[in-house]
Design a protein around this ligand. Sequence first.
Ligand SMILES: C[S@@+](CC[C@H](N)C(=O)[O-])C[C@H]1O[C@@H](n2cnc3c(N)ncnc32)[C@H](O)[C@@H]1O
Length: 273
Amino acid sequence: MRPVEYCANATTKLGLLLSLLSKDPGEFRDRLHNFLEVRYERVRLRPNTHSTIGFNEVITLLNESFHWDLAGVLSEKALERVESYLDGLASSACVNGPFAASHNADLELARFCYAVCRVLSPKIVFETGVAYGITTSSVLQALAQNKQGRLYSLDLPPLAPKADSSTGLFVPRKLREMWTLQRGSSRRHLPELLERLGSIDLFIHDSLHTYANMYWEFQAVWPYLRAGGVLIADDVDGHSAFSDFVDLVAPSFSAVIPEKTKRAKFGVLVKRL
Ligand SMILES: C[S@@+](CC[C@H](N)C(=O)[O-])C[C@H]1O[C@@H](n2cnc3c(N)ncnc32)[C@H](O)[C@@H]1O
């Protein structure tokens, strides 16, 4: 289960990109678009200074506001097991795999996803951005504890040899029957998938963290997120997409939380009933 050891340099990436021109022109356009968007925003946008609250504080506030027992589910044995399993894998050999270690979600974000999933008892969870599958495994573990629900994940793997077969590599076999993984960019596939699902209970954004892509995903998902549903987004601190969206939709709850193992922040909001 250790990630295979290889590293794609710029020449390999360019070769893989150009090979898409004949194999899959749609994916070629998606990747070029992503590449240009990242470069454009790097020059044009500045990091956002959200006011933040700590992990424990947000747990208390959510428990009080929605009569949830997040603290209770955070002490479950099932969570402890999946966390120590993921911790062992994430700190092993992924540095040279197709996903740099920096792609891996912060374990505290993953436990937050687990806890929200436990208290919401969702029928449908949707996430964008899988990499090796840290948030994916945590959500699936929660669904297994709930004994109901399905996770739909959408991921466009990085340009690297064998990246496709490494997507979701950490996800334990026994949890996979509650999981549907679709390959491709969120902008191309999200609308059609949402249309098919009709309504979702929990949305987790962890794909391309540009302003344009995050704001677009939030707007695309919003009409399908049920009242009282939850949206969680990783890396909200690079720009103001999350806070602009909060201003737009006025949710019943929103917060930005600093991550424990990364210099990043994740956001959470709850849709008004
Ligand atoms: C930060 S990683 C996801 C981390 C993951 N949630 C975890 O728990 O470790 C981002 C993932 O999104 C994928 N990705 C990048 N751009 C994308 C896009 N436009 N649509 C879908 N997935 C994308 C990347 O290839 C990568 O697999």
